[in-house]
Design a protein around this ligand. Sequence first.
Ligand SMILES: [Zn+2]
Length: 426
Amino acid sequence: MPGDKSLTSLKERVNAAIEARRGEAIWLCSEFIRRPTDNPPSDTRELVSFIADLLRKRDIPYQVHEIKEHNQNLVARLEGRRGGGRPRNLVLNGHLDQFPAGDLSRWTFDPYCGEVRDGKILGRGAGDMKGGAAALTFAFMLMRELSIPLEGDLTLMLVADEESGGKYGTKWLLDNREEVRGTAMLSGEDTGAHLIRVGEKGNYWTKITITADSGHGGLGRRDTPVTRMAEIVRALYSELAGMPGTTPEELRDIIAFSRRMLDDEFGQGTGTIVDHTSVNVGTIRGGVKTNIIPGDCEITVDVRLPLGVRTQDVAERLRALVERHSPGAKIEVLSAAEPNYTGPSAEILQLVKNNVAVVTQKEPCFWLTYTSTDARFFRPLGIPVGQVGPAVYNMGGPNEYIYADEYVDVVKIHADTIIDYVGRTA
Ligand SMILES: [Zn+2]
């Protein structure tokens, strides 16, 4: 029985094996980092063929799906015995692509070195999320290596394209491959080994464009695409940010905790974004020359939605606001996702929580994030998600790293959760 006490000895055996093979587990993470997968272009071929090789050596079947050129996704599977009832299938989801390393001169080490120094694993993607993806992969392969008996199926799903929307990765696979629509999903996205993510905000990304006739700058015309856009930018921050969400009763404490966490990390007041909308005008571009009246102006906007606010609510408000300042302006939707979460009483979350407590000896905490992950494609399909991975330092910036000890803890948490969910005792 999943979650059964009799599985405890199996978990102890696996944890001891992971402890004995720490070096090998860390080596796997380093090897992931040594194969650059910056997105764009999210070329995952080298890393996928490295993983495929490891799977072949262990006689584990897998498939590679390349939906967009060079964006390879890998799906591997260990079939369980499938006793009576609805067969369980635990999907392990991790993304292989990562933020670009950016300006290399700002790094104090090679972003693709994967070196272990002072207890840290160094490199671009260490936390987001090669650490988590390597932990899932190590735990997955260990089930085969140690011949752990499985009642349900275990599916490893390693994808490209997470950082640019998931259309050619997780989303495509969920739409087209039955085996990845599991009965639960476990993700290794960066959280911190005692922090378990239960949900995330929605998003609504748009491009707004204003066009008009241009002319000689010396004419001093005041009504131009640039002046109108300036008004729109102001209005976006004052009217679209700060819309309150509604808190489901079962998340009340989790939301309060998430607010405190953000206040502590980013400064007092930041925490309000957990249950309110936020706005970021990320880019602005307009005109061609200093002495010419601009004939166009364009911005891109990222609005994040708390639970209780729908993308449709934001779309309507945004349209009205833009129309008021610049009738006829063009609004193009770049990305839209509803806020989503898995109820904290879900079995997968409870199993992760118990294993976190045992492995880390810390108080496990549930929280909600302001970022988006591929988990947002699973939750609306009714697939509950547990998300736990090593904490990332300097994510997106230079000198990214994780702590090796925490990474090894995450390998154990993942392996133990697999055993609880699809393992069997004999
Ligand atoms: Zn990520």
